[in-house]
Design a binder for this molecule. Structure first.
Ligand code: GCW
Length: 670
């Protein structure tokens, strides 16, 4: 009896473990469908192609017993890991191309799109996730639990669970075209390069490789001194160069296809070449020369600023432009989408397109550091689409951020794009179900920078939530359309209730959740305090970056400089980013700035309330766990949005000394 009981407990545990909880959220957008049978022939037997075949067998939704051909060919129309898909034939130049073609085919089958005459080439060669994962298992700005890669320097042994988890991670990435993972924080511990840790790096790389994913490491610039015991980490010192060479050699012996280094140097207290009187090019080129024989690249971040300059938004440009053309061809300067720091909205960084003789790559943040962590719905594809489609004018009209970084305008030997991952050990990988859509969206945009957010949301919703049982028409009207609308509006709602009209960086200090426009302790670095950014005073609000102010506008190419220099021609979404305007400034709606600000905050709150109404109506379309999870999240978000809005409006009211518009808040004494 006892045995039977404990066996059934064990079986139940196994069942629950396999099933996970929620809408089988751990399966991400790769829901297992009862697959039909397919007969596959291939002219290639590599592990990557075998994994493609495996995916087909598990997911084939086409006609039963169909014959499918996978062909490695030499086709000039196909670039890099691109592919051709023609009904039941997939052609590619590389095994990875076959893998991506297979996932495209499966996705199209599931979403009901056509599967013939398709040529798909990736926009960027290297489509990389940056994990801000620390060796101790914590994740910087991670809201989905601990690291999937690290558990502490004393716990480096690789378990069967690790291997399975990394495999699932690799499959998910491959299914959306991601082909690189930088597996540790850019605030990098020198210990990452210790021989013991590198053994684990090898194990990770061995799991990712069969899915076409290269492994990269973030490195600490002071590693030669801190880890290697040298007297210096000066990039021009012969012993230092020797140390890096030996390290590279050790890494490539373990990981022959190692992708390269990601470096945060001389930024926020991290060491860098400037500590030794050298510059960014000295540092990056030293590493690039060492990695070159192995085919490795250096992604050198341009996220630099210091308390000395007046306007932080100017600094990356000032520090990097003098080195344009001075970097080796296997160095790529990794530039955050905006000039400050992953705010809910920023204009694009002026470095895009301006560095004409240097490879530049965009860095996006998938984890919601400034957009509500995992407590708030924010679908980020519209934000990234906005950046990618911004016209820099640097090589004439149409020089969008996408085009000046993807190799179609400038001759870059390597092209790349990075997204700071939102992945952790949480059972749904990303903290909340809909955050998975951001991982998905990043991969899809990295593959095809022309994709529309609406298409990405559409795909993700179909892949994640549509089940065979559903009547398609009902599902589209009752679930797909309203939920897609909610997703597409969600980032704008965050902007509205947190920092509308170009306001930025008015968050609570440190954790960056919730409002803190007042935070300015006496001894704090000014550029880390919100008043530095919003500049509210009795005359008005906003940061003057025009020619009469910090002149950040001059870093942009005409006609942008003139357009942004003038409040009347500045897009209203960036108004207070570039201008300090009177509280009575007349905005496009006809309202005065103060009123418009109040209306924007109020709009954001109401948008979230509408999301709640939308979600309440879809109960019948999702499993109860997913339904309740999202309902709770939106409730929390509506509450926090109201706090955000009220706090900011009341704070700014001290300066504006104007009443909140009557329609928004009828005073109680009236
Ligand atoms: O936005 C800031 C974050 C830091 C982060 C840094 C960076 C990894 O607050 O946590 O550090 O950006 O991008 O380097």
């Amino acid at each position: 009896m006892k045995i039977i009981r404990s066996t059934s407990v064990i079986l139940l545990i196994i069942f629950l473990a396999i099933k996970g909880y929620g809408n089988d959220a751990h399966e991400l957008w790769l829901k297992k469908q009862p697959a039909k049978s397919v007969v596959i022939s291939s002219n290639n037997k590599s592990v990557i192609v075998n994994n493609a075949i495996e995916a087909l067998k598990n997911g084939w939704q086409g006609e039963n017993n169909a014959r499918l051909k996978l062909r490695i060919v030499k086709d000039k129309a196909i670039n890099n890991d691109g592919f051709k898909l023609d009904n039941n034939q997939i052609k590619a130049n590389t095994p990875s191309g076959i893998l991506y073609g297979v996932y495209e085919l499966l996705r199209r089958q599931q979403t009901g799109e056509n599967t013939n005459s398709i040529l798909s080439n990736p926009s960027y060669q290297n489509r990389i996730l940056n994990h801000w994962d620390n060796l101790d298992g914590s994740v910087e700005r991670g809201y989905a639990g601990n690291s999937i890669f690290w558990r502490g320097e004393k716990d480096l042994a690789v378990t069967a669970n690790d291997l399975e988890l990394w495999k699932q991670y690799a499959i998910a990435n491959a299914s959306i075209g991601i082909n690189g993972s930088a597996i540790n924080n850019v605030n990098a511990s020198p210990k990452m390069l210790s021989s013991a840790v590198l053994q684990r790096v090898k194990s990770i790389a061995d799991v990712l490789r069969p899915f076409g994913i290269k492994t990269y490491l973030s490195v600490n610039f002071a590693s030669p001194a801190v880890l290697g015991g040298l007297k210096t980490s000066d990039p021009l010192n012969a012993d230092v160069i020797k140390w890096w060479k030996a390290k590279a050699d050790e890494i490539y012996k373990l990981v022959p296809d190692f992708g390269g280094f990601l470096v945060k140097a001389n930024s926020e207290g991290e060491p860098g070449p400037q500590d030794f009187g050298r510059n960014h090019a000295d540092g990056a080129n030293m590493m690039a020369d060492i990695l070159k024989p192995y085919g490795g690249i250096v992604m050198w971040r341009a996220f630099v600023y210091s308390p000395s300059n007046k306007d932080r938004a100017l600094q990356a440009y000032l520090e990097f432009m003098p080195f344009d053309g001075k970097f080796r061809d296997n160095v790529i300067i990794q530039v955050k989408n905006g000039p400050i720091d992953f705010q809910p909205r920023e204009p694009f960084s002026a470095l895009f397109g301006a560095m004409k003789k240097t490879s530049v790559m965009p860095e996006f943040q998938i984890t919601q550091e400034y957009l509500g962590h995992s407590n708030q719905l924010a679908f980020l594809a519209p934000m990234w689409e906005e950046t990618l489609n911004s016209d820099t004018y640097q090589n004439g009209e149409g020089s969008t951020v996408a085009k000046v970084t993807n190799g179609s305008i400038y001759n870059q030997k390597y092209t790349a794009i990075a997204g700071v991952a939102n992945i952790g050990l949480d059972s749904n990988w990303c903290g909340y179900n809909f955050a998975q859509a951001n991982w998905y969206a990043y991969g899809r945009l990295a593959w095809n920078d022309k994709l529309k957010s609406s298409q990405i949301a559409d795909e993700w919703l179909k892949l994640t939530f549509k089940s065979e049982k559903e009547n398609a028409d009902n599902w589209t009207v009752g679930f797909l359309e309203p939920v897609k609308k909610m997703m597409l509006e969600s980032r704008e709602a965050v902007v509205n209730y947190s920092m509308p009209l170009g306001l930025h960086h008015i968050f609570a200090a440190h954790h960056h959740y919730g409002p803190g426009p007042w935070w300015a302790p006496k001894n704090a670095r000014p550029d880390w305090t919100p008043p530095y950014y919003h500049q509210a005073d009795s005359t008005g609000l906003g940061f003057n970056r025009t020619k009469t102010g910090s002149n950040a506008v001059s870093q942009y190419h005409e006609p942008l400089t003139s357009q942004l220099n003038n409040a009347a021609t500045t897009p209203e979404i960036y108004l207070l980013w570039f201008h300090h305007l009177s509280w009575d400034y007349k905005t496009k709606s006809g309202r005065k700035l103060w009123d418009e600000l109040c209306y924007s905050y109020d709009k954001g709150v109401n948008q979230v309330r509408d999301f709640q109404k939308t979600w309440d109506k879809i109960e019948n379309y999702v499993d109860s766990t997913s339904f309740v999870e999202m309902q709770k999240l939106l409730k929390h978000q509506a509450f926090d949005a109201k706090v955000y809005s009220d706090a900011c409006v009341m704070y700014f009211q001290q300066f504006s000394k104007r009443p909140i518009p009557f329609e928004l808040e009828r005073p109680v004494y009236n």
